[in-house]
Design a protein around this ligand. Structure first.
Ligand SMILES: Cc1cc2nc3c(=O)[nH]c(=O)nc-3n(C[C@H](O)[C@H](O)[C@H](O)COP(=O)(O)OP(=O)(O)OC[C@H]3O[C@@H](n4cnc5c(N)ncnc54)[C@H](O)[C@@H]3O)c2cc1C
Length: 380
């Protein structure tokens, strides 16, 4: 059905991810959620399978595949364990895109191979307590001092911060220049003055810790600037724009799993002497869910195809993220409804999916931020 977008090579990559998700992740996903701990040996296996280097160029230890390969892997992994996709999206998108896009040769050689192998994690630290959707209003400052910069500020909701070796940190170097005064730094998390807050007690995707990062007079060498001084905001926006298809594909996987669960459950559960699937009201509800899931899929695959063919993809990626997130949340919600009271029990997988999917319309640009981007393109 999606031959238009995918070649046999893409399908081989998808098959590898599907097999790993079903054999390795499905049996442990509930436990990961319950214990809020992701087994590091499984992270290692994902690294060995190449999932962290899908989009990292071969010369830097990756396998240099395209956006559609990334989407296919993210979708298959998300079906069985949304938390696992965070390791994949971090490695292929948020943590490495700033370096791939603007890093020096030396920076690429230094940081990318370890991330591709799963031996190093890099957090992406943009959000602050008073700067979320309005990311340009960050207050973290970086002041030049000889051959270094001194960083001060607080970043919040930073995925993987407590387990990361480095963080990509956006800070104001020329506060008077607003959006044109932000610089991107790579900060070693072991430097004096760097600390993390307690992990957030999150609703879903609980296997990966999210916390504050405190920067207290942190001296960062000037060679840790990524790209040009004062030009970091463009780097952040480009990274997030590409990153959006990662969240979209995560939504596809979670929503597909919810759909499959709904089909199975309504085939076997009987009320009024008939299986639920025989009630037309429920059949129509599921027809609607299936249609919207496939529309989200087309938007996401199309955005990935545009990226792969070097065509403008910002609007397409925002439409995909907006539509996929809103509809995945609704599809999972309806699947839970179809499970009745059992869907509300932690014994059923749909309960976890309901919590895991909710953040998708919030992070990497909320649905409203996507609407701002889409409308902005209409009125350019
Ligand atoms: C689990 C999790 C992980 C995260 N990981 C990271 C990470 O790794 N790195 C990172 O930098 N950040 C991360 N974030 C932060 C995330 O990107 C922000 O939460 C998000 O950008 C929204 O910012 P906010 O929470 O401050 O909400 P606000 O910006 O305060 O928004 C509140 C509400 O108002 C809406 N809104 C805001 N402005 C407008 C407007 N102009 N028009 C219409 N509606 C508007 C928003 O859509 C939202 O619904 C993470 C967040 C979560 C929950």
């Amino acid at each position: 059905m999606y031959d238009l977008f995918f070649t046999e090579e893409h399908e081989d990559v998808r098959a590898l991810a599907k097999e790993f998700a079903e054999k390795t992740l499905a049996p442990i996903a509930a436990e990961i959620d319950k214990n809020e701990k992701f087994p590091m040996d499984v992270v290692k296996q994902m690294g060995e399978l190449g999932f962290f280097g899908i989009k990292i160029p071969e010369e830097y230890g990756g396998i240099g595949l395209d956006a559609r390969s990334y989407v296919a892997v993210m979708e298959e992994i998300a079906k069985k364990c949304a938390t696992a996709t965070l390791f994949i999206s971090s490695a292929n998108s948020l943590s490495t895109a700033p370096i791939v896009l603007n890093g020096t040769e030396e920076q690429k050689q230094k940081y990318l191979p370890d991330v591709a192998a799963g031996d190093s994690f890099i957090a992406f630290a943009l959000t602050e307590p008073d700067a979320g959707s309005d990311a340009a209003s960050i207050k973290t400052k970086a002041v030049k001092d000889g051959d270094s910069y001194i960083l001060n500020g607080v970043k919040c909701f930073i995925t993987m911060a407590p387990i990361s070796d480095y963080a990509i940190v956006y800070a104001k170097t020329s506060p008077e220049k607003g959006v044109k005064g932000i610089t991107c730094f790579i900060v070693d998390m072991k430097l004096p003055g760097v600390s993390c807050g307690a992990p957030e007690d999150k609703m879903g995707q609980r296997g990966v810790p999210v916390s504050n990062i405190f920067l207290d007079d942190v001296r960062v060498p000037a060679d840790c600037v990524i790209g040009e001084v004062d030009m970091g905001f463009i780097n952040a926006m480009k990274t997030l724009s590409v990153g959006r298809i990662g969240v979209s594909s995560m939504c596809l996987g979670i929503a597909q799993e919810a759909m499959d669960l709904a089909v199975e459950y309504t085939k076997t559960r009987e009320q009024f002497g008939r299986p639920l699937k025989d009630f037309q009201a429920l059949r129509f509800m599921m027809a609607d869910m299936e249609t919207r899931l496939n529309a989200a899929r087309l938007l996401t695959y199309n955005a990935a195809y545009l990226l792969d063919t070097k065509q403008p993809a910002d609007k397409a990626a925002s439409m995909a993220k907006y539509f996929a997130a809103e509809n995945a949340i609704d599809i999972v919600n309806k699947s839970l409804q179809l499970h009745g009271g059992y869907g509300y029990s932690k014994e059923y997988e749909i309960e976890r999916l309901y919590r895991d999917v909710r953040v998708c319309s919030i992070y990497e640009g909320s649905s409203q931020v996507q609407q701002i981007v889409i409308a902005g393109q209409l009125f350019r």
